[in-house]
Design a protein around this ligand. Sequence first.
Ligand SMILES: Cc1cc2nc3c(=O)[nH]c(=O)nc-3n(C[C@H](O)[C@H](O)[C@H](O)COP(=O)(O)OP(=O)(O)OC[C@H]3O[C@@H](n4cnc5c(N)ncnc54)[C@H](O)[C@@H]3O)c2cc1C
Ligand SMILES: *[C@@H]1O[C@H](CO)[C@@H](O)[C@H](O)[C@H]1NC(C)=O
Ligand SMILES: *[C@@H]1O[C@H](CO)[C@@H](O)[C@H](O)[C@H]1NC(C)=O
Ligand SMILES: *[C@@H]1O[C@H](CO)[C@@H](O)[C@H](O)[C@H]1NC(C)=O
Ligand SMILES: *[C@@H]1O[C@H](CO)[C@@H](O)[C@H](O)[C@H]1NC(C)=O
Ligand SMILES: *[C@@H]1O[C@H](CO)[C@@H](O)[C@H](O)[C@H]1NC(C)=O
Ligand SMILES: *[C@@H]1O[C@H](CO)[C@@H](O)[C@H](O)[C@H]1NC(C)=O
Ligand SMILES: *[C@@H]1O[C@H](CO)[C@@H](O)[C@H](O)[C@H]1NC(C)=O
Length: 487
Amino acid sequence: MSRLLWRALIAALPAVVLSTNPNTCQAINAQFPGRVVFSNDSAYAFDQSSYYSGQERAVQPNCIFTPATTSDVSQFVKTITPRQDSDANFAIRGGGHTLWKGAANIDGGVTVDMRLINQTVLSADKTVASLGPGGRWHDVYHSLEPHNLTVMGGRLGSLGVGGFLSGGGMTFLSRRKGWGCDNIYGYELVLASGDIIYVTEASYPDLWLALKGGSNNFGIITRFDVPTFPSDGMWYSLLEYEYNDTVLEAQAQAFSRFMEPANFDDAAMMGIFLDCTGGNFSVRDALWYADNVAKPPVFNGFTEIPNLGGVAEIATVANVVDEFGANLPTSIQRAFQLDWSFQNPPADVYMELIKIWENGTRAVADVPGMFIEFLTQPQAVTNGTNLFGLTAGKTDYAMMLMTAAYNNEADDEKIRGAILEIVRAQRGLLRRGGYLIDFVYTNYADGSQGVYKSWGAGNVAKMQAASKKYDPQGIFQTRVPGGFKVF
Ligand SMILES: Cc1cc2nc3c(=O)[nH]c(=O)nc-3n(C[C@H](O)[C@H](O)[C@H](O)COP(=O)(O)OP(=O)(O)OC[C@H]3O[C@@H](n4cnc5c(N)ncnc54)[C@H](O)[C@@H]3O)c2cc1C
Ligand SMILES: *[C@@H]1O[C@H](CO)[C@@H](O)[C@H](O)[C@H]1NC(C)=O
Ligand SMILES: *[C@@H]1O[C@H](CO)[C@@H](O)[C@H](O)[C@H]1NC(C)=O
Ligand SMILES: *[C@@H]1O[C@H](CO)[C@@H](O)[C@H](O)[C@H]1NC(C)=O
Ligand SMILES: *[C@@H]1O[C@H](CO)[C@@H](O)[C@H](O)[C@H]1NC(C)=O
Ligand SMILES: *[C@@H]1O[C@H](CO)[C@@H](O)[C@H](O)[C@H]1NC(C)=O
Ligand SMILES: *[C@@H]1O[C@H](CO)[C@@H](O)[C@H](O)[C@H]1NC(C)=O
Ligand SMILES: *[C@@H]1O[C@H](CO)[C@@H](O)[C@H](O)[C@H]1NC(C)=O
């Protein structure tokens, strides 16, 4: 039955019939005893507290449903899609690390918490790992470590598999193999009909491609099948430097050179973290080399800048993400983040970008809890298996992220205004130089960034066609309002 017919039918029913109908949360609760929590339950507060940002913690679903199996997910979708009551909308959550409000949580509907579906299972020949979307990379890496294997996942162990791989995935291996999503062989997917299908390049080529970066637009993903890669250790360094113009100029030089195609090394991933904390500036480099090679020369431009100390070691992937994660807060109050991508410019342009950032932070230096991080990193070298609109094999695209964290909602507008102003000036500089590209990466973007539009009209049309074909009623467009939508 169409949604319009449903609406007409419900409107025609006497009010008394409606009020005796259980609402969606009650219906789901009756269907899945023990798997639904309401706001009067202590587990509710516990679940809510596990989101990374305060904005997501403040969103209040009527209930939280925690499926344990793919079949639970399928039955849930079959139950909820025909319903029309006010809480029959839903959100899908993995690790809950998206910062912006409502990406993986919902006011007044059902939040589907995937965290019990968190297995890591190796195929008999160990070439494929099947990952549950509710897993966290810390657990995934630790379970593969005894086999000397790794997969393309997060550089922070607490990130969820579900959001990370459905949105893209910048990984230690991304300069060699592309985005995490470029490397997914198969998705087990629950469609809007509740049907469970297995999506590969051979079985559903259009849907398979649309799922790469397609986030929650096509269904609930219940399993990712991904290739494993041998790994008996990688090199990791985190170095802190004195923050002054000499050092920043050396960083700008080193990064611009690192990004030149002639210097490309496909094992090398990194990031320059410029932080402003309550008006105080600092600079650190995180250097990651995917192969078991100590002090790889590709990073000499950075390691030769006099530094204040830090780590430099060979360690397993699991240990690297744990150690790196220990430098980051485990949750934040208010947050706002934007990302954008560009062609590598000369060093003086990086220096100007830094100066724009420095100047822009002054306006908000006194905001309680103020922290603004300007992160520059090389972009994944896509292998072309997605709809991102990027040139496959191109090595000299970089990505910037501007992230603000602060204490109080009352400062939302002030911080937002300052960040938008910094980024507007930086993007303007890059655009004028001919360096800016359209592409916006899903997983670091704010909800306001219009991610899919940036991938090009032809690619959006392909995603829209897949949505119409596999979700003709548009359930995942209208009834799952969170995240980026292809329409
Ligand atoms: C501190 C920090 C470090 C980060 N580091 C990296 C990094 O190294 N590389 C990188 O690429 N990104 C990084 N990110 C970004 C990260 O990839 C995203 O935040 C990602 O969405 C996290 O996944 P999640 O499962 O925790 O997200 P959630 O917030 O739970 O979900 C994100 C989106 O995916 C959808 N979704 C989740 N699971 C499913 C599913 N099973 N089926 C359908 N849709 C689903 C949700 O509905 C939601 O819209 C980082 C973020 C933070 C905060
Ligand atoms: C909690 O709320 C739900 C939904 O409103 C209700 O069904 C349940 O009885 C409540 N439980 C308690 C202990 O109050
Ligand atoms: C899966 O989640 C359960 C419940 O939170 C947890 O006890 C278990 O350790 C997790 N397993 C893996 C492999 O991540
Ligand atoms: C993993 O690698 C280490 C170090 O190279 C080696 O000692 C160990 O035997 C390997 N384990 C397996 C299961 O291959
Ligand atoms: C991209 O990676 C996938 C998985 O590793 C692989 O199957 C595919 O052939 C690659 N595509 C290209 C163009 O290299
Ligand atoms: C900047 O820092 C470097 C490295 O610590 C140091 O050698 C240099 O003297 C500093 N320059 C100024 C002007 O402080
Ligand atoms: C900034 O630096 C000054 C001087 O070192 C210090 O007193 C102050 O506590 C710092 N502020 C923050 C927010 O770290
Ligand atoms: C510095 O920032 C202010 C806003 O805080 C802006 O008006 C000004 O143009 C900026 N100056 C430079 C040189 O970027």
